[in-house]
Design a protein. Structure first.
Length: 474
């Protein structure tokens, strides 16, 4: 009998005394099968409407790529990628065939995998609510029925639309209570019209300036023991390139997650739901560190007390004019009456001067205490910046950011799926992180994210014993 060839990732896994949890693998949907599920839950008309959406086929943006340069310029349509899936035939099939994935997880050095959609990430995109809801329900049914047969090694996430709180709550309840799904990915934005300029649009970020109160969504997630995870990108609102995909993609996820995370923090969502876990996937650690540090820097200068030092009424107008008379040249002195009128004008004050009031931030440490323990950041295996998460000498209050291992297997940026764990291990080989930090990255933080919401998340899985031991130790 032939001996199975060991991959580099298998060799890394053999060195470890703990399991490896992939917190962001990807399903590659077999579109005809997915459409059959949409037909099952929504009927033939909804299945036909789904197939007309621009995010179908390979797995998204194909219709964008097919448009001519003139068509892109006419509507300023951002350029998508040419192809989003691996071109190795076995790898491409693996994420669409659950039985094959279950066979190959050991090759990847992965003990348990949490699977996110590919095409299904866009199931919540259609503006027509009937098409959207049929697409989402069809995807969630597809994911549950296709992948739950291997619950010991993997779990798919439910797609949760966020167009209204009611829609989100309804799908959450169905996904958890009817389909038995244990994890969920929430739409990270919804495009809203601007009343004065409907064609321009804005992005709804659920924490500040929202059309709705999304607290019922966060409350339902807490009730159902679901961690709130986000995956995707918010477009550049007119700043995207119509010809260059790399330009559009670099930094897109980081910028999108930063917008959302700071909205949830300053909007008080973290404060009102202190036990809820939030995860921002596939964007790495650097944006999170910068966002965290910037929030502290802004609080130090714009908190309820410090902001009073920026009151323009503190300017002594008479002294200002004396300095103009003493130091101004002939041109400036000739306009002294206009300058006097300008500096004497009354400036309005915003109703709320403290930008951190909704979050109840009273000290800079409050930002740490709300944001750091309850936030998790998806980091791909080959990202060298992952090491910054552990730089306690630089991160304010000596924080360690909770990074979670996300392989992104199934997408174009993982050309060889069996290399992923070995790529993550290179940080240990370069002494950029130590063994304990590597354990936090590929195991401990994944347990904290999902078991922080649901202590029984890994029950019945290959990692149940080790996860339980970790939880008891804590």
């Amino acid at each position: 009998m032939a001996t199975k060839t060991q991959t580099e990732s298998m060799r890394v896994r053999a060195k470890l005394s703990h399991p490896v949890i992939d917190c962001d693998g990807h399903i590659i949907e077999i579109t005809p099968v997915l459409v059959d599920f949409i037909r099952q839950v929504g009927g033939a008309k909804m299945a036909e409407a789904y197939m007309k959406q621009p995010a179908i086929g390979g797995f998204y943006h194909q219709q964008d790529v097919e448009k001519s340069p003139a068509q892109h310029k006419e509507s300023w349509l951002p350029m998508g990628h040419w192809w989003g899936q691996p071109t190795d035939t076995r790898d491409r099939a693996t994420l669409g065939l659950p039985n094959l994935l279950a066979q190959r997880l050991d090759d990847f050095g992965i003990d348990f995998c949490i699977l996110y959609p590919s095409e299904g990430l866009f199931a919540a995109s259609p503006l027509d609510p009937d098409v959207r809801r049929a697409s989402v329900r069809g995807y969630n049914t597809y994911a549950a029925e296709m992948y739950n047969q291997h619950r010991d090694r993997m779990t798919p996430v439910a797609v949760i639309p966020m167009h209204t709180p009611e829609e989100a709550v309804e799908e959450l309840e169905y996904a958890v209570n009817k389909l038995g799904l244990r994890a969920a990915v929430f739409s990270m934005s919804v495009r809203r019209p601007i009343p004065a300029s409907p064609s321009a649009g804005r992005m709804e970020l659920f924490g500040v300036d929202s059309d709705f109160n999304y607290d019922k969504v966060w409350a339902k997630a807490a009730e159902l023991k679901i961690a709130v995870t986000f995956h995707g990108g918010i477009g550049g609102m007119g700043t995207s390139s119509i010809s260059n995909y790399a330009y559009n993609h670099v930094g897109l996820l980081a910028q999108s997650h930063q917008r959302l995370a700071k909205a949830l923090l300053v909007g008080g969502v973290y404060k009102r739901f202190p036990g809820l876990r939030f995860a921002y996937l596939e964007a790495g650690a650097a944006w999170a560190i910068q966002c965290y540090a910037d929030l502290i820097g802004h609080w130090e200068k714009r908190n309820g007390k410090a902001i009073k030092g920026l009151n323009p009424d503190l300017i002594d107008r008479d002294q200002f004019m004396r300095l103009v008379a003493e130091h101004g040249d002939a041109r400036i002195k000739g306009l002294s009456k206009d300058i006097r009128a300008f500096v004497d004008r009354k400036l309005p004050h915003p109703e709320q001067l403290d930008d951190f009031a909704a979050a109840g931030i009273k000290t800079a440490k409050d930002i740490h205490d709300q944001f750091v323990p309850n936030s998790f950041f998806g980091c791909e295996a080959d990202d060298p910046i992952n090491a910054l998460a552990f730089n306690t000498k630089v991160n304010p209050f000596g924080a360690t950011m909770q990074i979670i291992y996300g392989t992104d297997i199934g997408h174009w940026d993982v050309p060889v799926m069996s290399d992923v764990l070995h790529e993550a291990w290179e940080l240990v080989e370069r002494d950029a992180i130590n063994l304990d930090q590597f354990k936090q990255f590929v195991f401990t933080n994944g347990v904290s994210l999902h078991c922080g919401s649901n202590p029984g998340f890994f029950k019945g899985t290959r990692v149940e014993a080790e996860a339980g031991k970790l939880l008891r130790k804590r």
